[in-house]
Design a protein around this ligand. Structure first.
Ligand SMILES: [Zn+2]
Length: 281
């Protein structure tokens, strides 16, 4: 699908979200019953308390880019099963196929060219519903190819990150993607290509420990879970009590890891402004 228009994207928005089925839903933020359609029309953000629900990659692209401007690339980079991994009867590749048909995506990271408020950019968007946006070899390779496109075309790179961590079905190959993507970011730096990341709920594990945290500018959505290992694991390993709100976007912002927290409705104008300032020479 080389060119996708917004109408097609919007038709996906309702289906590709973390909203439960039914006309009414209980908001995890304000615990109130809210009208589902109202949340959907509000870019999957609660109209009462601004709780940001997770959204799929295509729905995200629909609200972010200029209409019809997204041109997907590198779809040919697909997941393989080098370890012939199996849990019970299901093979890894069967799980991937299921994720593909559920998400209507070919991997957890979609990359391509797009325009945001008329600025052309290379864009990568992760889908939190595709095997928890875990990073395997295909995700790592797509990121590196997007970075290479940005260098070749002298365009900025914008990545909307989300991840539950490493794709453990690929073992060490999955972990090696951290070094590989970090090296791609080094090449972006060397070529003086602006690299902007937006951390969304949840950005954790190997993705956070590599390319998601290496942006020249790091933005985050309100309330997003951001961190490396889960709080229970850290408390268990270090025998310490972690502070309140640990690993939220707000906590990370207060401690200097994030440049700005941006509401979903403000993301497009904010990125548009940054891309106008940061046009590569
Ligand atoms: Zn709410």
């Amino acid at each position: 699908m080389p060119f996708l228009n917004r109408r097609r994207f919007v038709s996906i928005v309702g289906r590709r979200s973390s909203l439960p089925d039914g006309l009414w839903m209980k908001c995890p933020g304000c615990k109130q019953a809210v009208y589902r359609a109202e949340v959907e029309q509000n870019q999957q953000v609660c109209p009462r308390c601004a709780y940001h629900h997770r959204i799929g990659a295509m729905a995200r692209i629909a609200i972010l880019v200029d209409e019809g401007s997204f041109e997907e690339r590198h779809q040919e980079v697909q997941t393989l099963d080098p370890l012939e991994f199996k849990v019970g009867e299901a093979t890894y590749l069967e799980k991937v196929e299921k994720a593909k048909s559920n998400a209507q995506l070919s991997e957890a990271l979609v990359v391509g060219y797009a325009r945001i408020e008329e600025s052309r950019t290379v864009l990568g968007v992760m889908d939190p519903f595709f095997m928890m946006a875990s990073m395997g070899s295909a995700v790592g390779e797509r990121f590196c190819r997007a970075a290479r496109d940005a260098i070749t075309e002298r365009l900025p790179l914008v990545v909307i990150a989300a991840s539950g961590g490493a794709r453990m079905q690929e073992g060490i190959l999955s972990l090696m993607q951290m070094a590989k993507t970090a090296e791609a970011v080094r090449r972006l730096n060397e070529a003086a290509i602006p690299y902007i990341t937006v951390l969304t709920d949840p950005t954790t594990g190997g993705v956070y420990a590599s390319f998601a945290a290496l942006g020249d500018i790091t933005l985050a959505e309100p309330g997003a879970l951001i961190g490396f290992a889960g709080p229970r694991l850290i408390e268990g390993a270090l025998k310490v009590k972690l502070p309140e709100g640990f690993q939220t976007a707000e906590y990370q912002y207060n401690n200097g890891f994030i440049d700005q927290i941006v509401k979903r409705s403000e993301l497009r104008p904010t990125l548009g402004k940054l891309l106008r300032y940061l046009r590569p020479q």
